[in-house]
Design a protein around this ligand. Structure first.
Ligand SMILES: NC(=O)c1ccc[n+]([C@@H]2O[C@H](COP(=O)([O-])OP(=O)(O)OC[C@H]3O[C@@H](n4cnc5c(N)ncnc54)[C@H](OP(=O)(O)O)[C@@H]3O)[C@@H](O)[C@H]2O)c1
Length: 327
């Protein structure tokens, strides 16, 4: 029987709930403990999901026995400190996106994981979704010819509450780090390393970016065109195009369950690409596989890849004049 992976969840917000739901569909995974800033919230979360231990501080979770890996679901500016806390406690880490606020923070976390020989991964769940695997397979088959471009957008009509984390500079608010990271990450997953990026943005009253658009030139001679918004409910699709046709990842492309392949002869077909549970099981399965194999990173979301995405986010932010307290 495969070794059980004992998970700890750090933070009890929205995504932490979704991830805990996802863990139910992960074979060999158990939710061993939860850590919150308050004991009440930890206990209520542990009660809801059947975790054996509930800690009223992140420090206690980091030091907890019987936990192999900690999932970090706090707002972005806390990721670096929380990830380092967990690594210092000898735990592997799966950290929500964006991995950190900037490249400097990301490098510190990666260096610590490598020094301690502990598994570490950015929780970019799309990388492990069946949809992306199928897109890669179709591209590899040559069906759409030589790939030249990716177009991707992720726009929602978000809350305008200035106290909500997406609008608060101190909580890492803004469209780019919350949403733009998806088109950025998938464009790079499909087209590879970036040689240059150009961006423009609309900055809102609270100082965060409301809408950002960027284009990237990739080293293989391809181009991606990406946008994100907290004020425009866009199609949220990704289209990858080649000399013979295109593949469209349907609405909410980052968790697509269907693709359309359209070819130059006018034909098209729809491919079903269902995911497990609520989609989050795939990244947790990938992390568990690495832990069992004694690996400290996953090839589909490597340390180097996370660092290069952070560097791109830093350059885009430099161009649009978006600075956070962590900078
Ligand atoms: N992968 C995805 O699909 C996805 C989706 C949404 C969000 N995310 C990412 O997940 C992270 C959290 O997002 P969320 O929407 O879950 O946020 P949220 O609902 O506000 O929850 C964040 C949790 O972090 C903890 N926390 C620690 N310091 C905090 C502070 N100063 N202010 C507020 N909360 C604090 C709190 O838990 P305790 O009170 O228990 O300590 C809180 O419940 C973000 O980095 C976001 O980018 C990922």
């Amino acid at each position: 029987m495969e070794k059980q992976i004992r998970w700890g969840i750090l933070g009890t917000g929205r995504i932490a709930h979704d991830f805990a739901v996802g863990l139910r569909d992960v074979p060999g995974a158990v939710l061993a403990a939860v850590g919150s800033r308050t004991k009440e919230s930890a206990q209520s979360f542990a009660g809801e999901f059947g975790a054996a231990a509930a800690y009223g501080s992140y420090e206690e979770l980091a030091q907890a026995p019987d936990v192999d890996i900690i999932y970090i679901g706090t707002p972005h500016p806390m990721h670096a400190a929380n990830a380092k806390l967990a690594l210092h406690g000898g735990k592997a880490v799966l950290c929500e996106k964006p991995f950190a606020m900037n490249l400097r923070e990301a490098e510190e976390i990666v260096a610590l994981a490598r020094a301690r020989n502990l598994f570490l991964m950015e929780a970019m769940w799309t990388r492990f979704m069946p949809a992306l695997a199928e897109v890669r397979r179709i591209i590899g088959s040559g069906e759409i010819g030589a790939v030249g471009q990716v177009h991707a957008d992720f726009g929602i009509s978000a809350t305008t509450d200035p106290e909500h984390r997406v609008n608060k500079l101190e909580l890492g608010g803004g469209a780019l780090l919350d949403l733009g990271i998806y088109p950025l990450s998938i464009a790079c997953a499909l087209l590879g390393k970036v040689s240059s990026v150009q961006a423009q943005a609309i900055i809102g009253e609270t100082g965060v970016d409301l809408s950002t658009a960027f284009t990237m030139k990739h080293e293989g001679g391809t181009l991606s065109v990406c946008s994100c918004s907290l004020r425009a409910r866009s199609a949220c699709e990704l289209v990858v195009s080649g000399t013979k046709g295109s593949i469209r990842m349907h609405r909410m492309f980052h968790m697509a369950t269907q693709l359309t392949v359209a070819l130059q002869d006018g034909s098209s077909r729809v491919v079903d690409v269902p995911y497990l549970g609520n989609g989050y099981p795939h990244e947790a399965i990938a992390a568990g596989d690495c832990l069992r194999a004694g690996r400290i990173e996953h090839p589909l979301m490597s340390h180097e890849e996370t660092l290069s995405l952070m560097a791109l986010l830093d350059s885009i932010r430099g161009q649009i004049g978006l600075r956070y307290p962590a900078d």
